[in-house]
Design a protein around this ligand. Structure first.
Ligand code: PLP
Length: 366
């Protein structure tokens, strides 16, 4: 292993997590990786989890193995008909030295709901959580030092058995891999510029927009790439029926603030129920804000005082401007708005355990 990279060596002071020997973190060689240069991109790590489920719909407990490519039939359901779901969550070093997850049971539940929608056997919550904990633990040396990023955790569920007709596959694979990541949007806390997509929609009523179906994401690549080519960070999608109500920002949930009231689109089935979204709503409520889950007319959003988006990857990201039909709305004079900043700080303080976790949202990986 060439050198120790530029990561700061972790201190060996006794704290609760070191005491229980968090995963030999101190002994393990630190990967030779420039933690300050981390971006949101895939980096291969040491270990992965894999479980399978046959036609009896019974999940057997899976196994840890070295990270490797998969082998599957060219007729696999996921390759031919997109029968697949993913999840996304983060493990990070908290201020007390522990490696913590944020509300992982919500990801377990969401994947079960998605499995039902896509005709796959739901992964039991216990199995999901064990898989996530074990995969993080066995890749602990890839968790960036505090403040440098996170270990992104990617559970995947797919129809891996062969099927020729359009129908549920005869076998399923559930796996978990991880990758260290830095910030999702280049430029960090600086407010991002967005553009309303006038040509494309993300999801339609009765479709699969409310679950993390893999097939929902490829159609967003070209719209996103086009917007980036014009200098925007992402697109905002409006609803597919009226092309009037704000739905989502790429793969993050949308919020706006007007006269101190916080609004976010209600969950009608076309919007992904984000864990970050739910957490922001609760945090804001606990801090005395009025929070409305309702249809947000694009004109209302353009006239708002602050806008931001929320998601595991993006955390809370301030929106500096939105372009729509030749009009550009700017927010908070290009700065991060005060309420956006307050919510960002409150959320990240809980996630990194710099503030009391009154909600009981963080879970230690041991
Ligand atoms: C994953 C995702 C989100 C954010 O969900 P979190 O649970 O907060 O990460 C929002 N919108 C879409 C379309 C997503 O795929």
């Amino acid at each position: 292993m060439p050198g120790r990279g530029v990561g700061q060596p972790l201190k060996a002071e006794a704290h609760p997590c070191n005491a229980t020997g968090v995963h030999g973190l101190l002994e393990d060689a630190e990967p030779s990786i420039d933690w300050d240069a981390l971006t949101f991109s895939f980096k291969k790590t040491d270990r992965m989890y894999l479980a399978t489920c046959g036609q009896d719909d019974e999940w057997q407990s899976g196994q840890m193995q070295d990270f490797t490519d998969l082998s599957m039939s060219p007729a696999a359901g996921v390759l031919n008909y997109g029968q697949g779901l993913f999840e996304g969550m983060k493990a990070q070093h908290a201020a007390d030295g522990c490696i913590v997850l944020f509300r992982p049971e919500m990801n377990a539940t969401r994947m079960q709901e998605g499995a039902r929608r896509l005709g796959m056997p739901p992964v039991p919550e216990r199995l999901f959580l064990d898989a996530v904990h074990t995969t993080v633990r066995e890749n602990a040396r890839w968790v960036p030092p505090i403040g440098k990023g996170a270990l992104y955790v990617r559970p995947l569920l797919m129809g891996s058995g062969p099927i020729l007709g359009v129908a549920p596959a005869p076998e399923y694979t559930f796996l978990v891999y991880v990758s260290p990541v830095g910030p999702y949007f280049k430029g960090g806390i600086r407010p991002i510029s967005l553009k309303i997509s006038d040509e494309f929609h993300r999801a339609a009523p009765g479709g699969s927009g409310g679950v993390k179906a893999i097939g929902n994401y490829a159609p967003g690549m070209i719209p996103s790439k086009m917007a980036k080519g014009e200098g925007y960070a992402e697109v905002i999608y409006l609803d597919a029926v009226h092309h009037r109500y704000v739905e989502e920002v790429g793969a993050a949930n949308f919020f706006c603030v007007k006269d101190g009231v916080i609004s976010t689109p209600e969950l009608t089935g076309t919007i992904l129920p984000g864990v970050t979204r739910a957490s922001v709503i609760e945090i804001a409520g606990s801090r005395g804000f009025e929070v409305r889950e309702e249809s947000i007319d694009v004109e209302y959003a353009l006239d708002a005082d602050e806008c931001f988006c929320a998601g595991t990857a993006a955390v809370v990201a301030s929106i500096g401007s939105i372009e729509h039909d030749g009009r550009v709305a700017e927010y908070s004079g290009g700065e991060v708005g005060p309420i956006t900043m307050e919510l960002y700080k409150a959320l990240t303080a809980i996630q990194q355990r710099r503030a009391p976790d009154d909600f009981g949202w963080t879970v230690v990986v041991e």
